[in-house]
Ligand binder design. Structure first.
Ligand code: NAD
Length: 481
């Protein structure tokens, strides 16, 4: 990373934030952070080990009584200052994410940075009014902080996933050890700089960078960690759930998805198909809620494919730092391999590739670029229709009846998000109720950073954002009077 690039102070790259200060890690290993558009190394960060995690947990434990006893008003003020701090440095946060994740800069500003500001501000606003006590029968029910929280986050929306956990846990009066993603850790270090500059009490928020198998697992099994909040792949979520069971820790799991856009017979198909492509290819398809299956009436499948292809054509891949780019690269070499593998398997399974493919887009052989890809004639049981690809790959699936459409929409192991399109809003809402998903977009309804967000089935359990998110970090206690 050159000195003029946005990001954390280079002196902090290889450090951890523990007990209110940047510290050198015990571990001498370092991990490379690469630039998505070029593959070049832009930072060397810590690869925290068990001893590092132990120090961070101890700091969170020491800070817990003081923070839990801090009134909601002052806690809210700290959160509001963090939100302001991110807003003040919004452009630097956005550029950093565009480099490490590859998100086009305009999407980084609006989504990658806009959402975490909104999430944090909203929690800060609701906190002073929240009722931490209520009477039930002869009892006074008091909601207490769960304790020390181990938060583990992915790389695709690195700041949003961090703030969804950190803002909620701190609002609840819990303290946090965050294990940031080793693929995109730079904005977590920038957050640590804000916490330090703004005088967040020492130990309330501790940030370590390291690999899942070492630092992540050390956090999950730690006997002094009272709760784990995880966002990431279903595979890692299963492993973490098993490990957490040994100490009977509560866990919140925000996992993968394979979400469907269900276009009913009476819908405006052109608008729905356009929306599906923009949604599925947001952040190059590396979005947990990506609507990657477009379900359309069989008689109108050709029309849907035509719109999807025309829309995909407009999303020309390019440099994420360029203001006009609407489709950036994938985040890593591993991700590129994975997405190409799925495209190959889609073809081998008999789906019809109508645009895109495994070859890099012309002129973009460096970095982790992939072409926007649309498959037609996808069978609902094919691998590309069942598994999370996490790349700009859309599957068009034709259905014969609306009953069958609901069955297909619900017919994957996941249940994170969905969308329904109909000319009749009430009919759309009736179908939305039948879909097994934590969030359902109705006729393109906007994503909310206030309403509960999370999944069912193998997309996980527990909710983030707003009041519901904060309650994940509270435990009710009944005082029998
Ligand atoms: P990942 O599961 O590989 O890693 C996520 C985090 O978990 C990283 O910090 C990683 O170091 C850590 N980790 C991995 N294995 C671990 C282990 N055994 N013990 C402890 N920690 C471990 O996921 P990723 O590739 O970083 O992110 C992509 C995934 O995240 C996708 O599946 C996506 O759908 C999901 N995701 C879900 C949501 C949601 O809210 N539901 C949001 C964003 C991303």
């Amino acid at each position: 990373m050159t000195a003029d690039m946005a990001g954390p102070d280079p002196r902090h790259h290889g450090q951890l934030f523990i007990g209110g200060e940047f510290q050198d890690p015990h571990s001498e290993l370092r991990l490379e952070v690469t630039e998505a558009a070029t593959g070049a190394t832009i930072a060397r960060v810590a690869d925290a080990d068990r001893e590092d995690v132990d120090r961070a947990v101890l700091a969170a434990q020491v800070a817990l009584p003081g923070w839990a006893a801090t009134a909601p008003g002052p806690r809210a003020a700290h959160l509001a200052r963090l939100a302001d701090g991110i807003r003040d440095k919004a452009e630097e946060f956005a550029q950093t994410i565009s480099r490490e994740v590859g998100t086009p800069i305009r999407q980084s500003r609006a989504v990658q940075v806009g959402n975490p500001i909104a999430i944090t501000s909203h929690v800060a606003e609701l906190l002073p009014e929240y009722r931490f006590e209520e009477e039930i029968g002869n009892c006074l029910v008091v909601k207490e902080p769960v304790g020390v929280v181990g938060a583990i986050t992915p790389w695709n929306y690195p700041l949003q996933q961090v703030m969804a956990k950190v803002a909620a846990a701190l609002a609840a009066g819990s303290t946090v050890v965050l294990k940031a993603s080793e693929v995109a850790p730079l904005t977590a270090l920038m957050l640590a700089e804000l916490a330090e500059a703004q005088g967040l009490p020492a130990g309330v928020l501790n940030i370590v960078v390291g690999r899942g198998a070492s630092a992540g697992e050390a956090l999950v099994i730690h006997p002094k960690v009272d709760k784990v909040s995880f966002t990431g792949s279903t595979r890692a979520g299963m492993r973490i759930s098993e490990l957490a069971a040994a100490t009977v820790k509560p866990v919140t799991m925000e996992l993968g998805g394979k979400s469907a856009s269900l276009v009913l017979e009476d819908a405006d198909l052109a608008t729905a198909a356009k929306f599906a492509v923009y949604n599925a290819f947001l952040n190059s398809g590396q979005t947990c809620t990506a609507l990657t299956r477009l379900l359309v009436p069989a008689a109108r499948a050709d029309e849907a494919v035509e719109v999807a292809v025309a829309t995909a054509r407009k999303l020309v891949p390019g440099d994420p730092m360029d203001e006009s780019t609407r489709l950036g690269p994938l985040a890593s070499a591993a991700q590129l391999e994975r997405v190409r593998g799925y495209i190959e398997r889609g073809k081998a399974d008999g789906a019809r590739l109508v645009i895109g493919g495994v070859e890099p887009p012309p002129g973009l052989e460096r970095g982790y670029f992939v072409q926007p890809t649309v498959f037609d004639q996808v069978g609902p049981e094919m691998e590309i229709a069942q598994e999370e690809i996490f790349g700009p790959v859309l599957s068009v699936i034709a259905y014969d009846s609306e009953e069958q459409a609901v069955e297909i929409a619900n017919g994957t192991p996941y249940g994170l998000a969905a969308a329904v399109w109909s000319g009749d809003r009430d009919r759309a809402i009736a179908f939305a109720r039948r879909l097994r998903a934590g969030t359902v977009e109705v006729n393109g309804g906007a994503f909310s950073t206030q309403a509960p967000f999370g999944g069912v089935k193998r997309s996980g359990h527990g909710r983030e954002f707003g009041r519901f998110g904060m309650e994940e970090f509270l435990v009710p206690k009944s005082l029998q009077l």
